[in-house]
Design a protein around this ligand. Structure first.
Ligand code: PLP
Length: 364
């Protein structure tokens, strides 16, 4: 079986180093917020080309914490895309703010700057750009809008570790960048994990306190915080995997090129790459008219696929009729939703397997 994603394969690839890292933590006897987390935070900040990183429990908390650090909450609106993991929207609500969902640029699947500008009201405080599938959003346009309207720009980089926009790492342009280390992500732990990154030292201090009960010093809370800590085991594992992230992202790009060429003659719409960006192909998403038939055919040939995402957030039971959409009902997103399909892609996938998947798709 060829899986759509395969985090277990990463363990096998780096097993000796990961086992040694786990053993080191277990023998050390310190399991929460210790030397491994500190080391990972400085290594990850260097990787992201920012001044600071703070490890947290997951990518949803990372967004909530970023909003809380910026004093965004009840009565405030936060604009983001309707095409994202539900976590982005859930985090806005966890912070107490109201999510406003805008439509996408259909060729890139990321938020449409024109719709963002139309969605701004006197209550808007921030824009969350989501770099979906590994493809950076239009940061030039979004940053200009944020500056013109005195809004914060936050980057949700959960699907784009290491991607670049006009030379800069994602996460380094906005006031805060947020990351998830869910096991299937480009940088994945073997459990939950996340991080926030920033250039701003006072925000860094604030987020560091907020992730642990608002403690400025032990047992003394300056602010009401939360418990969102990265543990030592995950940090030690992430330190090993971070060393290979650049290389793993390159493998993803190489495999994507093979798909691009092999599917050239098919009727599928292949992923586009925004000029001036370095895509990291968290997912390889095509559009196909007869999606169910293709899923079935691939399944019969031992190939797993995914749909990211099968139902836009504003149409999901929990959010239906509860979130404002701009423009009404997100037409571009609604038109791509029935067609999107994620093909297998992860660094350990073999070239032969990619050819096999593509051949299965192309052959009648
Ligand atoms: C775009 C996006 N944002 C946020 C998250 C939330 O991350 P986590 O699952 O670690 O809370 C995810 C992960 O699913 C994601 O893909």
């Amino acid at each position: 079986m060829i899986f759509q994603a395969n985090p277990g394969a990463t363990y096998t690839a780096y097993q000796a180093e990961i086992d040694a890292a786990i053993q080191r933590v277990l023998s050390n006897g310190w399991y929460i917020l210790g030397k491994e987390v500190e080391a990972f935070e400085s290594e990850f900040a260097i990787f992201c080309e920012v001044n600071h990183a703070v490890g947290v429990a997951n990518g949803t908390d990372a967004i909530e914490l970023a909003l809380r650090a910026l004093d965004i909450g009840v009565g405030d609106e936060v604009i983001t895309t309707g095409h994202t993991a539900v976590a982005t929207v859930a985090a806005v609500e966890l912070a107490g703010a109201v999510p406003v969902l805008v439509d996408i640029e259909p060729e890139f699947y990321t938020l449409d700057p024109i719709a963002v500008e139309q969605a701004i009201t006197s209550h808007t405080k921030a824009i969350i750009a989501v770099h979906l599938y590994g493809m950076p959003a239009n940061l030039t346009a979004l940053q200009k809008i944020a500056e013109d309207h005195h809004l914060y720009l936050i980057e949700d980089c959960a699907q784009a570790h290491g991607a670049r926009y006009q030379g800069s790492r994602v996460g380094s342009t906005g006031i805060i960048g947020t990351f998830s280390f869910y096991p299937t992500k480009n940088l994945g732990a073997f459990g939950d994990g996340g991080a926030v990154v920033t250039q701003d030292t006072s925000l860094y201090e604030r987020m560091k306190a907020l992730r642990q009960y608002g403690w400025r010093s032990r047992y003394i809370s300056d602010n009401t915080g939360m418990n969102s800590r990265l543990d030592e085991l995950q940090a030690a594992i992430l330190r090993v995997k971070l060393r290979y992230l650049e290389n793993d992202n390159q493998k993803r790009r190489d495999l994507a090129r093979i798909y691009d060429e092999a599917l050239n003659s098919s009727s599928l719409l292949r992923p586009a790459v925004r000029q001036g960006t370095e895509h990291v192909y968290h997912l390889y998403v095509v559009q196909v008219d007869e999606r169910e038939a293709l899923i079935q055919k691939l399944r019969e040939h031992g190939v797993g696929t995914g749909i990211h995402y099968p139902q836009p957030i504003h149409r999901q039971p929990a959010y239906h009729g509860r979130v404002r959409t701009v423009p009404e009902d997100l037409p571009a997103l609604m038109s791509v939703t029935p067609k999107i399909l994620s093909l297998p892609l992860y660094p350990e996938l073999s070239v032969d397997d990619v050819h096999y998947v593509a051949k299965t798709i192309v052959e009648e």
